[in-house]
Design a binder for this molecule. Structure first.
Ligand SMILES: [Fe+2]
Length: 569
C-alpha cells in the first residue's frame, strides 16, 4: 500500500511510504531552487511517484499536515489581538494570520488539484492535526517501542507545543499548549528584533550569534516575556514582545527600554545584539528543560522523541540530552514542517490503519540519486573536463587535496532529507585550518562570519574527541569538545568550545566513511569539515545544480560520484 504525505505551506515537501517503509522524501525547494518554497509541492510529489515507480492511481491514501478548518481559532486569536492593540491587529491581518486573505482555504481543493495534475485516482484524502504529524514523523521511525514525544514550533493550527506518549503503533496526546504561547514565535520575535528575517532560517543566526554574547538580559526576558509556570507549561507575553510587530518596528516601549531599540536590517551587529541573542537562547533552553522535565514526570519514559522547528535548536538539544533524566533521544533529520509530510503518511499507516511498526530511520538519504553516466552527461554538456576514477584512487587523492587546503564540492548517492547536508551534497574541507571558516563563509558561501561550521566524523572516535560516547547521525546536537581536541580542529569548534558533529557510520554511509578515513590515515584527524553544498540557494539536488554552483562559486574541485573536476583543469 502506497501512502503519500504532504506539507504545503512554508517548507513544502512530499514523502511516500510503501507498507510503512519510506521510499522517498524531499523538499520542494530542491526542485524549484527557491529557498523555503511554499505552496503545493508538485515537483516533490512527481519525484516521489517516479522513485516509487508508480502513478497517482496506485496511491491509496494522501495525508495533509494541516486541518484548515481550525482557522476559526486563528480568527479568535486575531480578535483577542485587536482587543490588546489595534496596531497589533493590523500587523496580524497583514501577515494573513487573522484568517483574512491567507491560503489555508485553498487546502480544501487539494484532492481535486491532485487529480487534475497527476491523473485519475480514488485515493482517500486525510486532513491531519499538525503537531500529531510532527510527533509521528519522529516516533514512528525512531528505534523506540515506547517514548515520550515533545513537539514544538511557531504554531501548527493553533497549537504550539504538544506533549505525547508513543507506544507501539499509537501516539496518545497528553497536553497541548496553544497560541499565543509559542517558543518558536518567541525565538522569531528575537530574530526580528536583532534585524534578521524570521521564518527563513535566520533563527539559526541567532543561535550562532548567541555563543559570542553574555546573557545580560536573561532576567528581563525570563520574568517579563517568556515565563514558566508551576504546571510544566509556559507563557509568552505578547504585550511586551510579539514578532507580528516587527515589520513596523512597533515593539513595545518596555522591550526597547530594557534591551535598547531593535536593530534595523543592515545596521552593524554589536555586542548588545550578541547579548540579546545569548539571553534569548538561554531563556529558550531553560523553558525547554522545564517542559522536558514535565513530560518525563507525565510519562515516566526513558526515551524522548522531539520534532517541530524548535527541535532544530542544537544548542538547546545538547542541554536537554545532558541535563534531563531521559536516557535516549531521537530527532529525525527533517524535524521542521517539511518532515510533517512524512509524519502524515506514517500517521495514516499506523494510527489510522493500525499497522505494526517495523522501520527505523537511521539515515537521511531519501532524495534523488544520479548514476555516473548521468553525471558524465551533465559534465559533457557543460563542457567541463573531468577524470573518472575508482574509489581506491579517488578517495586517497581527495584526502590529500583536502589536507593541502582544498575545498571540495562532494556529490554522491541520494540527496539528504531535511536541511542538513550529511555527506551526500556537502562541501568538505580540512577541519585543522582556522582560516577555512572565513574562506568558506565569506568567499564560497557568501554569508556571515559568525556562522559555525560542523565536522563529519567517524563515529568510532566520539569518546576520544568529546570525552563521552556520542551518536548523532543527523547533526542535531551541540556538544563540548575536549580540551586536547579544541586546538587540533579550530575550523569546526565554535567560539564557546562546542561542535555540532555528524557521526558517520561505516555501515550506513560507507563511501563517506571511507573518504574521512583516508583523511585520518594522512593526518590522524578522524573528521572533515562539512557544510551544505549550496551558495545562497537551496542545497544542490542534480548534477546540473552542482555544476552551476561550481561555475559560479570559488572552490577547488567538484566530485560527482566518481568523476573529478579540478578548478585549474
Ligand atoms: Fe510545525
Amino acid at each position: 500500500m502506497y501512502i503519500l504525505g504532504l506539507t504545503t505551506l512554508g517548507d513544502s515537501a512530499a514523502a511516500i511510504i510503501k507498507d510503512g517503509e519510506i521510499i522517498a522524501a524531499a523538499e520542494e525547494e530542491r526542485f524549484t531552487r527557491k529557498k523555503h518554497q511554499s505552496g503545493f509541492p508538485f515537483l516533490a510529489v512527481q519525484y516521489c511517484l517516479d522513485e516509487a515507480g508508480i502513478t497517482i492511481a496506485d496511491v491509496e491514501h494522501v495525508g495533509l499536515y494541516w486541518k484548515p478548518w481550525v482557522l476559526r481559532h486563528k480568527a479568535m486569536q486575531a480578535v483577542k489581538a485587536a482587543l490588546i492593540s489595534p496596531s497589533m491587529f493590523k500587523a496580524r491581518a497583514d501577515r494573513g494570520v487573522s484568517g483574512v486573505g491567507n491560503s489555508y482555504l485553498g487546502m480544501f481543493k487539494y484532492p481535486k488539484l491532485i487529480r487534475e495534475r497527476f491523473g485519475k485516482s480514488d485515493f482517500k484524502f486525510h486532513y491531519l492535526d499538525h503537531h500529531q504529524t510532527h510527533a509521528a514523523s519522529a516516533f514512528f521511525v525512531s528505534p523506540f517501542e515506547t517514548a515520550a514525544i515533545l513537539t514544538w514550533d511557531g504554531t501548527g493550527e493553533d497549537t504550539t507545543t504538544l506533549f505525547c506518549k508513543g507506544a507501539g503503533n499509537k501516539i496518545e496526546v497528553l497536553k497541548r499548549i496553544k497560541l499565543p504561547h509559542s517558543l518558536g514565535q518567541f525565538y522569531s520575535a528575537v530574530t526580528n528584533y536583532i534585524g534578521f528575517d524570521m521564518f527563513t532560517g535566520d533563527e539559526w543566526k541567532v543561535m550562532g550569534l548567541a555563543a559570542y554574547g553574555k546573557p545580560e538580559y536573561y532576567d528581563f526576558l525570563s520574568k517579563r516575556v517568556l515565563t514558566t509556570d508551576g504546571n510544566g507549561g509556559f507563557k509568552l507575553n505578547i504585550r511586551v514582545l510579539d514578532h507580528h510587530l516587527a515589520k513596523y518596528y512597533q515593539f513595545s516601549d518596555e522591550v526597547s527600554r530594557e534591551l535598547g531599540g531593535p536593530r534595523v536590517k543592515g545596521e552593524e551587529l554589536t555586542e548588545r545584539h550578541w547579548n540579546i541573542a545569548a539571553s534569548a537562547q538561554r531563556v529558550l533552553e531553560a523553558t525547554a528543560i522545564h517542559l522536558v522535565k514535565q513530560i518525563k514526570e507525565m510519562t515516566g519514559e526513558e526515551n524522548l522523541c522531539m520534532a517541530g522547528g524548535v527541535a532544530f535548536n542544537s544548542v538547546m538539544n545538547g542541554r536537554i540530552f545532558h541535563e534531563t533524566p531521559f536516557k535516549r533521544f531521537y530527532v529525525q533529520p527533517a524535524a521542521g514542517d517539511a518532515g510533517c509530510s512524512l509524519g502524515a503518511a506514517l500517521l495514516i499507516w499506523h494510527q489510522k490503519l493500525n499497522n505494526p511498526r517495523k522501520f527505523v530511520m537511521n539515515h537521511s538519504y531519501w532524495g534523488p540519486k544520479f548514476s555516473n553516466e548521468e553525471c558524465q552527461a551533465a559534465l559533457n554538456e557543460a563542457g567541463l573536463k573531468y577524470e573518472t576514477l575508482t574509489d581506491e584512487i579517488l578517495l586517497p587523492k581527495l584526502a590529500k587535496m583536502i589536507s593541502e587546503g582544498a575545498i571540495i564540492g562532494w556529490f554522491q548517492g541520494r540527496m539528504e532529507w531535511g536541511p542538513r547536508a550529511l555527506g551526500a551534497r556537502s562541501f568538505v574541507a580540512d577541519p585543522r585550518r582556522a582560516d577555512l571558516r572565513e574562506a568558506l563563509n565569506h568567499k564560497v558561501k557568501l554569508r556571515e562570519w559568525f556562522r559555525p561550521l560542523a565536522p563529519s566524523m567517524l563515529e568510532e572516535h566520539g569518546r576520544e574527541v568529546f570525552g563521552v560516547e556520542h551518536h548523532d547521525p543527523f547533526m542535531i546536537t551541540v556538544i563540548e569538545v575536549s580540551e586536547e581536541w579544541k586546538k587540533k580542529i579550530p575550523a569546526v569548534v565554535h567560539v564557546d568550545g562546542t561542535a555540532r558533529p555528524q557521526m558517520v557510520s561505516r555501515e550506513v554511509n560507507p563511501r563517506y566513511w571511507n573518504l574521512i578515513n583516508e583523511f585520518k590515515k594522512l593526518t590522524g584527524i578522524p573528521m572533515l569539515l562539512n557544510t551544505s553544498f549550496n551558495v545562497q540557494e537551496p542545497i544542490v539536488c542534480t548534477p546540473e545544480d552542482a555544476i552551476n554552483t561550481f561555475k559560479n562559486a570559488n572552490f577547488d574541485a567538484l566530485v560527482l560520484e566518481n568523476n573529478l573536476v579540478l578548478r585549474s583543469g
